[in-house]
Design a protein around this ligand. Structure first.
Ligand SMILES: Nc1ncnc2c1ncn2[C@@H]1O[C@H](COP(=O)(O)OP(=O)(O)OP(=O)(O)O)[C@@H](O)[C@H]1O
Length: 314
């Protein structure tokens, strides 16, 4: 388990992370989501003792990183893939890491197998593709068989096959009961990978919730309704004070309501319905609503979105 408790990091006058508190629990993938510059990497560096918090604390299984007796056996991380010496083979890199940490060569071969690099283990890492480098980085993180794993933007720049592989792999690690925290600014990716989400903007917590809650809680409350009696239904829903607009297929989109209300209104007035569907916002919509004002480098197009995280933050 990972706990961030009132975590703050300042670089001079720049506040990168501000009073951030959240938890990532074992057994599922937790997505650490935020726009560029939100403070994800800074937070992960503090988790690994690579950066000291200005105030607040991070606990990994109840302890600060500096207090861990066997850090590599407790927490593994993939921060940047291309840091391996280019002339070293994958196997010799892992053996070197293993030796420094009292880990056997047998374990090196195990993790090479786990990430699918056994056949290229003797090749120089300098010639590896980004996908292979990511696998080697993951193998390194797994060397000590840690219960807690951190992945910083692991799918950046990967092709669809590489993305799919990493996604499944992280879910597999979580299914073994490990705590898996993965950062991303890709919402669609997180929707497919993570069950739980921690959303930050400008270093501050915007929400901690399940992916499902985020979509449902921040999605627009709109109902799509189709009827052969469009004009009459439109008059009725306007009469009830709902906003309404037409969709491109002649249906009506009623704003700020639920299907039950529109179904009852139609029944009371003996209006036949051909379709009655609750419209759910996409994760992208939900995220834009939450982070619109918190994007560091905002374009003029994104400026008007409001922070409407009600019912989402825990
Ligand atoms: N060493 C540093 N010195 C000064 N400012 C820094 C330093 N490291 C990070 N920052 C600033 O802190 C903020 C958070 O950066 P961070 O890299 O943690 O964000 P991020 O969410 O990981 O973004 P990205 O997805 O772009 O990597 C940014 O404004 C960044 O410019």
């Amino acid at each position: 388990m990972i706990e961030a408790i009132g975590l703050t990091k300042r670089y001079g006058s720049k506040v990168a992370v501000q009073d951030l508190s959240f938890t990532a629990e074992p057994g599922h993938v937790t997505g650490f989501l935020g726009p560029n510059g939100a403070g994800k990497s800074t937070t992960m560096r503090m988790m690994l003792g690579l950066d000291a918090p200005t105030s607040g604390d991070v606990r990994i299984d109840g302890k600060r990183y500096a207090e861990l007796k066997h850090p590599l056996h407790t927490v593994g991380a993939l921060l940047e893939a291309k840091w391996v010496h280019p002339n070293r083979s994958a196997r010799s890199h892992l053996r070197w890491m293993a030796r420094a940490n009292g880990i056997s060569n047998k374990r090196v071969d195990e993790v090479l197998g786990q990430v699918g690099l056994s056949e290229v283990a003797g090749k120089k890492a300098g010639g590896f593709s980004l996908g292979m480098s990511q696998r080697l980085g993951i193998a390194t993180a797994l060397l000590g068989d840690p219960q807690v794993l951190l992945f910083d933007e692991p799918v950046n720049g990967l092709d669809p096959e590489g993305i799919h592989w990493i996604r499944r792999f992280m879910q597999g690690l979580a299914a073994e009961g490990r705590t898996v925290l993965v950062s991303s600014h890709l919402l669609s990716e997180m929707a497919q990978t993570a069950e739980e989400l921690v959303v930050i903007g400008r270093g501050k917590l915007l929400a901690q919730c399940s992916t499902r809650e985020l979509v449902e809680g921040a999605g627009r409350g709109e109902v799509l309704v189709r009827t052969p009696d469009t004009a009459k239904l439109e008059e009725l829903v306007r009469g009830e004070g709902f906003g309404v607009r037409s969709d491109s297929d002649g249906g009506l989109v009623v704003e700020g309501t639920e299907t039950a209300r529109i179904g009852e209104l139609a029944a009371e007035n003996r209006i036949v319905l051909h379709e009655l569907t609750q419209q759910r916002g996409s994760l992208e919509d939900a995220f834009m609503q939450m982070t619109g004002d918190d994007v560091e480098y905002q374009t003029s197009l994104g400026g008007s979105a409001e922070l409407t995280g009600q019912g989402v933050a825990r």
